[in-house]
Design a protein around this ligand. Structure first.
Ligand code: DGL
Length: 287
């Protein structure tokens, strides 16, 4: 138990009511926002989606690191108490740099997703569906093998899943055809667990489940990560004391209306404010 007195009690109260910053290249991080707000409905969230520069998954590590640092600097200005990198690609490539630069707790997607997959698999054969960058960097393979050297890991890049999700085409017939094509090799590997290693992919979960079959457990790294966020806030004593629903503020780097429509549909709640932030402004933020 931590005891506070006078001024420090007020300071601690204010710290607890700060928002959690959540960042993704686009709409994918909404799958994580949904999980965080169901686990911690009283927490406020400030979200940044870099919709002008999505996809990150086909960009170089240097570019992903630069964009991620810009997004983090922007969210730090919003006085956040923790940063959730709700993007597997940015987590795979930029998490170490972020952790070395900023002092707030920073939670990525890879470690929580990998731990959940290890807990879930029975036959120790795990598939990973992710962006080219996440697969190319072998982010999940490295993490899974560090946790259990006996697992067999099969990774598959599925780059067209991101534009399908950004367009809201998760029920379009093309989504099934594309999923069948991408997931064909994984179907042949006898995996019993498939990590949705990109936060956009849970938007396509119905189609992915249809292709893989009900015998394959699908791992949503956002579910695993939201539990880590809660545990981390409890550990540092910064869980909100509020009884009201947390506030959500959204910022994007391109047309707000497209994002707003998808956000409302996906979060099943009114999204009143989506504000556009110019990429020139992001790149001008002091380092
Ligand atoms: N949603 C992101 C991820 O989890 C990135 C998708 C992209 O921008 O390519 O990897």
């Amino acid at each position: 138990m931590v005891f506070y007195s006078g001024e420090s009690r007020i300071m601690n109260f204010m710290e607890k009511e700060k928002p959690i910053g959540v960042f993704d290249s686009g709409v994918g991080g909404l799958t994580v926002v949904k999980r965080i707000s169901s686990v911690m409905p009283h927490e406020s969230i400030v979200y940044f989606g870099d919709t002008a520069r999505v996809p990150y998954g086909s960009k170089s590590n240097e570019t992903v690191i630069e964009y991620t640092m810009q997004a983090a600097r922007f969210l730090m200005q919003k006085n956040i108490k923790a940063l959730v990198v709700a993007c597997n690609t940015a987590s795979a490539v930029a998490l170490d740099v972020l952790k070395k630069t900023f002092t707030v707790p920073i939670i990525g997607m890879i470690e929580p997703g990998a731990k959940m997959a290890i807990k879930t698999t029975k036959n120790h054969k795990i598939g990973i569906a992710g962006t080219r960058a996440t697969v190319g960097n072998k982010a999940y393979s490295k993490q899974l093998l560090a946790l259990n050297p006996l697992v067999e890991v099969y990774e598959q890049a599925c780059p067209l899943f991101v534009p399908l999700a950004e367009e809201g085409w998760h029920k379009h017939p093309s989504a099934l055809i594309i999923a069948q094509e991408y997931l064909h090799d994984l179907q042949m590997k006898d995996i019993d667990t498939l990590v949705l290693g990109c936060t956009h992919y849970p938007i396509l979960i119905d189609v992915i489940r249809k292709v893989m079959g009900s015998h394959v457990q699908l791992i949503d790294s956002g579910i695993a990560a939201s539990e880590v966020v809660r545990a981390e806030l409890e550990r540092i004593g910064l869980v909100s004391n509020s009884n009201a629903m947390g506030r959500m503020d959204f910022f994007v780097s391109d047309i707000p209306s497209t994002f707003k429509n998808i956000a409302q549909l996906f979060l099943e709640r009114e999204v009143p404010h989506v504000t556009k932030i110019d990429t020139e402004y992001l790149s001008s933020l002091p380092r």
